[in-house]
Design a protein around this ligand. Structure first.
Ligand code: PLP
Length: 469
């Protein structure tokens, strides 16, 4: 064994204790760590011939890299849709590395990690009140979940005319209908060879909505003259957290032939609250659903899952099977995750979610969702009262989409947001909504409190004064 590796092995306990202390120093100091950071590094570091050992690497990390880290896991990081790791999810994430299992097959020869994944998906179905007619698996993020679901949808589309697109390539245009897809679904159309231009944009509902207009959807379905299609619908749009009407879509599904996909990356968690459950009523009628745990379930990044109806398993295997590798087994005989999703080797990615669900239960996540939504409403009311801001859309769940008041201020929005973010106390992301420049604040973090809202409003006010807007 290499001498440095041997030394590290002998010193393992000390090394892990030092790493633990490094983590605690960060977490205990989260309040004082900025939410954005302009410091940088020269990334051209040379690779040393002889290793330094873990403790020296940790020292270099602490001195050179750790100071660049931002409080993206903290309570006032409202950009994108970003939760922060809870204690239980950190335990699960760390132990996934320690145990270092390859999550593939379910068999008696070390397949327990796939069973843990099954169990975790089963716990998630209970959390979200979804039926066992779905099977699921973990992928890195909602983008990859959309890719997985729409990959199987593409195979379903081909099968409607007896074609196997996975084997033979796409030989005809695929009909996609959607109203307000997340950019990752459009990226997925490009990755799947369908083409990111090749979808029909359905109208959205009147009165400042991003939800699909069901009448226009049906008109477009009728224009297809009975041809199959794929519907990409939304449970929580990224700007205004708007939801399509799933009850109406379910009724259409009884009349027409289509694959129904729901991107519920963060909005799916509405199902854990009695107050918001109605937003996803009838979503169990979908063929596939994307949900992302590194959003509202507050686990570390790279933790989304797909749900696809079990009745489509054969299409899923056709899409993702490793068919020319005898050493991986027969994809049609034994269930193996590497034959039903994009990746082959995977870590025990379900473990942070498993720990979170066991540790906090349904009530824990109901409380997080209801706290986030109450804070979003509170923040929006403060903005309205302030007088220098206006909402671009009503608050439907947890996202606040707002701007500086008045069209004359449109030219100031980017500068305002840059200045606000540079101050490092709060982080939000820019957007354009109905042709107006805006700002998004997404509430999903388990740590956020009323006190944070006070601080955020103070930061917004100071930014207005600093820039003399
Ligand atoms: C509705 C929706 N879908 C998909 C995504 C993409 O998620 P990820 O970046 O984790 O792949 C997001 C991200 O915010 C989202 O809000």
């Amino acid at each position: 064994m290499n001498a440095i590796l041997q030394h590290d092995l002998n010193d393992l306990e000390n090394i892990l204790n030092c790493a633990r202390q490094q983590g605690l120093d960060f977490l205990n100091n989260l309040e004082n760590i900025p939410t954005s950071n302009k410091n940088t590094i020269d990334p051209t570091r040379n690779l040393n011939k002889e290793g330094l050992g873990s403790l020296a690497a940790l020292k270099e990390f602490k001195e050179r890299l750790a100071p660049l880290m931002v409080a993206s896991q903290g309570p006032r990081y409202l950009g994108f849709v970003t939760g922060g790791s809870t204690p239980a999810s950190i335990v699960g994430d760390w132990l996934a590395s320690v145990y270092d299992q390859n999550t593939q097959a379910v068999n008696a020869q070390g397949g327990v990690s796939a069973l843990i994944e099954f169990e975790t998906i089963n716990l998630l179905l209970q959390l979200l009140d979804l039926p066992k007619s779905f099977s699921g698996g973990f992928v890195t993020g909602a983008t990859m979940s959309n890719f997985t679901c729409l990959g199987v949808a593409r195979q379903w589309f081909g099968a409607q005319s007896g074609k196997d697109f996975a084997k033979n390539g796409i030989s005809e245009a695929i009909n996609i209908l959607t109203a307000t897809p997340h950019s990752s679904s459009i990226k997925t159309l490009s990755m799947l060879g369908i083409g990111s231009n090749n979808y029909t944009a359905i109208k959205t509902m009147e009165d400042n909505r991003e939800a699909i207009d069901i009448d226009d959807l049906e008109k477009n379905i009728q224009n297809l003259n009975g041809k199959p299609f794929i519907l990409i619908s939304s449970a929580g749009t990224v700007n205004t957290a708007d939801f399509d009407d799933f009850t109406a879509i379910l009724q259409l599904k009884q009349k027409y032939k289509f694959w129904w996909h729901i991107d519920a990356a963060f909005g799916g968690f509405a199902a854990v609250s009695e107050k918001f459950k109605h937003l996803v009523e009838d979503w169990e009628g979908a063929d596939s659903i994307t949900i992302d745990c590194h959003k509202w379930l507050n686990v570390p990044y790279e933790s989304a899952f797909y749900l696809i109806k079990k009745e489509h398993m054969h299409l899923q295997v056709e899409t993702f099977q490793n068919s020319n590798a005898p050493y991986l087994g027969n994809p049609l005989e034994n269930f193996n995750y590497l034959n039903v999703l994009p990746e082959n080797s995977r870590r025990l990615r379900a473990l942070p979610v498993w720990f979170s669900l066991v540790a906090y239960g349904k009530e824990g996540f109901q409380d997080i969702v209801e706290n986030s939504t109450a804070l979003a409403l509170h923040f929006a009311n403060e903005l309205i009262e302030d007088g220098d801001f206006e909402l671009l859309a009503p608050i439907r769940l947890n996202n606040v989409c707002f701007t500086l008041k008045g069209d004359h201020n449109q030219e100031n929005v980017s500068q305002f947001l840059t200045h606000l973010n540079d101050k490092g106390k709060v982080f939000m992301t820019p957007t354009v909504y109905q042709n107006r420049k805006g700002i998004r604040a997404s509430f999903v973090n388990w740590r956020t409190t009323e006190n944070d809202i006070k601080m955020i409003i103070k930061e917004l006010r100071e930014t207005i004064l600093d820039l003399e807007i």
